[in-house]
Every structure is written in structure tokens, then in C-alpha cells.
Design a protein around this ligand. Structure first.
Ligand code: ATP
Ligand code: MG
Length: 252
């Protein structure tokens, strides 16, 4: 479908078209479209911009990825489709492994998402040979790679499911989530929750890297000043303030 550039929701429509094409290609799961819709709704309520507190969480995330001994980024179909290039660029900067890890797992879809990431230039993407399990979650959702998530000390999980995020925390991982819903189990389980759209968040994090990579004292300060519960509360307040402002003005 051709989307007119004049349409007020142009970006949103283009993204939907992209994701729908990616479903046809077998990269995004059909239920991934529903997850995207929930994300879009929260983004609408947040004003579709990166908030100050999202920026704080992004800085803390970059600092933690740089401080990590063995950082890993978990990628699913939606993340690959929406921010594949940014994930690859960021993984190189912070020297993180990238592992394709799917909620709706099948060998074919893992292969498709890994191959898609490789087509964007990624090297050494993990996930094809899953040979370990995350304790405390049922069935094939527990599957991961020994070289990747299983061995990580810090895991960045954009758009993760709550069960898995909670299991990763219980397994002793430091979890960084990117999730537009500040109320989700993922958002509340993670140690650093970035309430921002995944492609915006990743671009911001790439831009934050130069300063934080050369200043260890600054990284430590950013981390010690960061409080996830406080930050999540501010995300909720931001939604409330935005809605109050809209209610007063009477226009979107
Ligand atoms: P949880 O399992 O953590 O309680 P959930 O079951 O409500 O959450 P899931 O379908 O498991 O939701 O995960 C999808 C999450 O991803 C949703 O919280 C949604 O807000 C978020 N999301 C969807 N698209 C994006 C996006 N582009 N950027 C950031 N977050 C997104
Ligand atoms: Mg869920």
C-alpha cells in the first residue's frame, strides 16, 4: 500500500506496513503485530517523544552495558524489524553479543531472523544452536545459547515478555528492558527500564556512547544516581500530565 506523506500519521502507517511485510516474510510473528499495537498506544499517551526520564534510563543502560563483563542483546522479530541496524551498531560499540531469542520459537523463524540480521551486516549472531536453558520458565521459551544469554551478566531485552524478564532477574542477570508500557511485568521486573520506542531508544543510546565510553567516573555516577522505581513512577506521571494537558487544551 502507498502511504501518502501528507497523512498526519505517516510514520505510524509506514511502520505498520513494514511490520506487516515482515509477517509475510516470517520474521515478525502475527502476534507481534498485537504487541506493536499495545506499544503504539502507550507511545501515543507519552506524546511519541523521548521523555527526560527515558533519557536518564538510556544513559544508565549505556553505562551498565559498558561496565558489564559479558553484555548480551536479545533480539526478537519486532526488534529486528524496527531497530535491527541500530542494534548492530550499538552491539559493536559496547562489544555485546547479539542473540536471536524468540517468544514464538521455531527453527525456521530463528533462522529467518538471524539471516535478516546478517543481511543488515551483523556478524556472529547467536541463536541458531540453542544449547542452554534459563531456569524457571516452561518449555521452549526457556531456550537460549550458552555462549549468549546463559553466560551474560547484563542482558538488554527490548520488547521482552514478563515471564522471561522475571526469570532472567531470578537467574542473577542484570536486565535492561525497553518497553513503552511502564506497567508491564517486564518493566517492573527489570533493573533498568527504558520507557521509550525501541528505535528511538537505540538511536539515543548510540549518541550517548562517545561521552560515557571515555569517562568511567561519569558511568559510575550515572548508575548510582539512577533509581528504576522512581523513574518508572515518573513515566506514569508523564502519561498523566500529558493527558491532563490534552484534556485542558481539548486537542491532540
Ligand atoms: P509483560 O509480559 O511484560 O507483562 P505484556 O504481556 O503486556 O507485557 P508483551 O506482549 O509480553 O506485553 O510484550 C510487548 C511489550 O512491548 C508491550 O508492553 C509493549 O508496550 C511493548 N512494545 C511494543 N512495541 C514497542 C516498541 N516499538 N518500542 C518499545 N516497546 C514496545
Ligand atoms: Mg507478556
Amino acid at each position: 500500500m502507498q502511504v501518502s506523506k501528507d497523512h498526519p500519521r505517516y510514520n505510524s502507517l509506514v511502520t505498520r506496513e513494514l511490520l506487516s511485510e515482515m509477517v509475510k516474510d516470517g520474521i515478525v510473528a502475527p502476534t507481534g503485530l498485537i504487541a506493536h499495537g499495545r506499544g503504539e498506544a502507550f507511545d501515543y499517551l507519552l506524546g511519541e517523544v523521548t521523555s527526560e526520564n527515558a533519557r536518564r534510563a538510556e544513559r544508565a543502560a549505556v553505562a551498565l552495558m559498558l561496565e558489564a563483563r559479558y553484555p548480551v542483546i536479545s533480539v526478537n522479530g519486532n526488534t529486528a524489524a524496527l531497530a535491527g541496524k541500530e542494534i548492530i551498531a550499538f552491539s559493536k560499540l559496547v562489544k555485546a553479543k547479539v542473540e536471536v531469542n524468540l517468544f514464538h520459537r521455531s527453527t525456521e523463524r530463528v533462522e529467518k531472523v538471524v539471516a535478516y540480521m546478517e543481511s543488515l551486516g551483523a556478524k556472529g549472531v547467536l541463536g541458531r544452536n540453542a544449547d542452554a536453558t534459563i531456569p524457571g520458565i516452561a518449555s521452549d521459551r526457556a531456550v537460549c545459547t550458552k555462549e549468549g544469554i546463559f553466560s551474560a551478566d547484563v542482558v538488554l531485552v527490548p520488547l521482552e515478555d514478563g515471564d522471561r524478564a522475571e526469570a532472567l532477574v531470578k537467574f542473577g542477570k542484570r536486565v535492561i528492558a525497553i518497553d513503552l508500557n511502564p506497567l508491564s511485568r517486564t518493566a517492573t521486573a527489570a533493573q533498568i527500564t527504558i520507557v521509550d520506542e525501541v528505535s528511538r531508544a537505540m538511536s539515543n543510546m548510540i549518541a550517548m556512547w562517545p561521552e560515557l565510553s571515555r569517562d568511567e567516573a561519569q558511568r559510575r555516577k550515572v548508575l548510582s544516581d539512577f533509581h528504576n522505581q522512581k523513574n518508572l513512577k515518573e513515566s506514569l506521571e508523564r502519561i498523566c500530565d500529558h493527558l491532563t494537558m490534552l484534556a485542558k487544551d481539548g486537542k491532540p
